[in-house]
Design a protein around this ligand. Structure first.
Ligand code: NI
Length: 225
C-alpha cells in the first residue's frame, strides 16, 4: 500500500528541523548502504552517530506517535530511528531495494516491512527529487509538501530522481509492522477507515460495535511480535 500521510509535522516543526539541518555536518550517503546500492547512491546524510540525528529523529517519532492515520496504516511494532538526507547539484539515488533486516540501536533487529519518507522542503523550492516507487501496478511518482510523508512496502524497487535546482531534504526510516503481510495490513486499514466513517456519520451503534470487534479479532489473529 502506497499512502500519502499529510501534516505529520506542522510549519513550526518543519522550520525547526530545516534550521538545524541547514547548519549540520553532512557526509556521503554511501556510509549506510551495501555494495549493491553504493554505485547508484549520490546524496548526503547525517551520520548514524550524530547527536543531531538522534535529537531530530526524536521530534519525528513524537509527531508520528500523535498521528492516527499513520498509526492505522502502519500498525508499528518497531521503528528504526529516522535518518536524514540531502540531495542537491544533480544528486540522485538510482533504482534499488532496501535491506530486509536492520540493526536497532538496542541490539535487536528490525524486519523492514514499510519504508517511510518524510519531506522537509516545499516541492516548488527544488526541481527533480521525485521518489519513484515501482510495484505491480507500474511506477508511482511522489513529491509531497513539507511535513507530509509517504509510506510504501519496503519490498518495492524505488529510486530518487536527480535534483537539478535547490535542495531536497527528507527524513526516512523503516517500520516493522505487527502485520507483516501488506495485503492484510491494507484490509485492516480499510476496515478501520470504514468504521471511523460509520462513527462520524452516526451509523447504528450496535453494528459499529460488531465491526469494531471484527477489526480487533482480525488484528489479534494476524498480529505477530
Ligand atoms: Ni531506498
Amino acid at each position: 500500500m502506497l499512502l500519502h500521510i499529510p501534516g505529520i509535522l506542522d510549519t513550526a516543526q518543519v522550520t525547526q528541523l530545516r534550521t538545524a539541518l541547514d547548519a549540520a555536518a553532512w557526509v556521503d550517503g554511501r556510509e549506510t548502504v551495501g555494495s549493491q546500492g553504493a554505485p547508484v547512491k549520490r546524496n548526503q546524510q547525517l551520520t548514524d552517530v550524530s547527536p543531531l540525528r538522534e535529537a531530530l529523529g526524536r521530534i519525528v517519532l513524537a509527531a508520528l506517535a500523535k498521528n492516527p492515520l499513520y498509526h492505522a496504516a502502519t500498525l508499528p511494532l518497531r521503528t528504526l530511528p529516522p535518518r536524514f538526507n540531502r540531495y542537491e547539484g544533480g544528486g540522485a539515488y538510482g533504482m534499488h531495494v532496501d535491506g530486509s533486516v536492520m540493526a536497532l540501536p538496542n541490539g535487536e533487529q528490525l524486519r523492514s516491512d514499510i519504508s517511510c519518507t518524510l519531506f522537509l522542503v516545499e516541492p516548488e523550492d527544488y526541481d527533480g527529487g521525485e521518489l519513484i516507487v515501482s510495484d505491480t501496478y507500474g511506477e508511482h511518482e511522489v513529491k509531497l509538501p513539507a511535513g507530509d510523508a509517504i509510506i510504501y512496502p519496503a519490498s518495492s524497487l524505488h529510486r530518487v530522481q536527480p535534483v537539478t535546482r535547490g535542495a531536497r531534504l527528507a527524513a526516512f526510516f523503516w517500520v516493522q509492522s505487527l502485520i507483516r503481510d501488506d495485503n492484510r495490513r491494507r484490509l485492516l486499514f480499510e476496515l478501520d477507515t470504514s468504521i471511523q466513517q460509520l462513527v462520524t456519520t452516526g451509523a447504528d451503534h450496535d453494528a459499529v460495535l460488531q465491526l469494531t470487534g471484527i477489526y480487533h479479532n482480525l488484528l489479534r489473529q494476524w498480529a505477530e511480535s
